[in-house]
Design a protein around this ligand. Structure first.
Ligand SMILES: Nc1ncnc2c1ncn2[C@@H]1O[C@H](COP(=O)(O)OP(=O)(O)OP(=O)(O)O)[C@@H](O)[C@H]1O
Ligand SMILES: Nc1ccn([C@@H]2O[C@H](COP(=O)(O)O)[C@@H](O)[C@H]2O)c(=O)n1
Length: 210
């Protein structure tokens, strides 16, 4: 079974995707980490994330980076959103994500274009959303817990800018697939959101063989 989980920054899609992977005993890929690894490599090599050729060169990143806590930094998230808008960067990362999705038992992938581009035939697709203010509050709490002194206003402004960039790029913009189920987590606890996600997957896959 392939489960696609998409949505904007800090909507809770990663939390839900990890819980679904545990529940269905499937491998999980956070595809945002790939773009974050490209962004971190661009920064480390003192290249320019706005330049497509620079970003493409960074697609051959060191695999060990994927486990680096530094990838969670907001500055890396912002640079990831810049490099991910380059069509050649998306093409360079495409097959890796499709191969992950096509494992024998299936997989759970979360990102921005899983249901629309990476796995358009996924068995279940969720589009996770929450209001910008609630997403900013969640991300702010997370960053503060990691020692950052960033203000809530700055986090909210960054989230709005990232939404705009991710939704308006020419290739694979952030959008809900026509056949995705919408899950608004704004007023749901993590547990309630996960239970709702499982119910939506069950409803989508009822009657199908595994
Ligand atoms: N329903 C919820 N209620 C409260 N907090 C939540 C909820 N879902 C997720 N969170 C918290 O919000 C933060 C962002 O969640 P998460 O990392 O899952 O979002 P994301 O959409 O995957 O973000 P990103 O796009 O940046 O990877 C985390 O600190 C997480 O614990
Ligand atoms: N499938 C995806 C996943 C991510 N991106 C871009 O990467 C940025 C960081 O992603 P996070 O999920 O870790 O926040 C994000 O803002 C997107 O620009 C993408 O384009 N496609």
């Amino acid at each position: 079974m392939i489960i696609a989980v998409d949505g904007p920054a800090a909507s809770g899609k990663g939390t839900i995707a990890r819980a679904l992977a545990r529940h269905y005993r499937l491998p999980h890929l956070d595809t945002g980490l790939l773009y974050r690894a490209v962004a971190a490599t661009v920064i480390d090599l003192e290249l320019d994330p706005e330049q497509e050729a620079d970003a493409v060169a960074a697609c051959a990143f060191d695999e060990q980076l994927l486990g680096d806590e530094r990838l969670k930094d907001d500055a890396i998230g912002k640079a990831a959103s810049i490099v991910s808008a380059h069509p050649l960067v998306r093409s360079a990362l495409l097959q890796r994500q499709r191969r992950f999705a096509q494992q024998p038992d299936g997989a759970v992938l979360d990102g921005r274009d899983i249901g629309t581009v990476i796995a358009p035939d996924a068995d279940a697709k969720l589009f996770v959303k929450a209001t910008p203010t609630i997403r900013a509050q969640r991300r702010h709490a997370e960053l503060r817990a990691r020692g950052s002194a960033v203000s809530l206003d700055k986090v909210l402004a960054d989230i709005r800018a990232r939404d705009e960039r991710d939704s308006s790029r020419s290739m694979a913009p952030l959008r809900m697939a026509d056949d995705a189920a919408l899950l608004d987590t704004s007023f749901l606890s993590i547990d309630a959101a996960v239970q709702r996600a499982i119910a939506l997957v069950e409803a989508r896959t009822a009657g199908r063989s595994a």
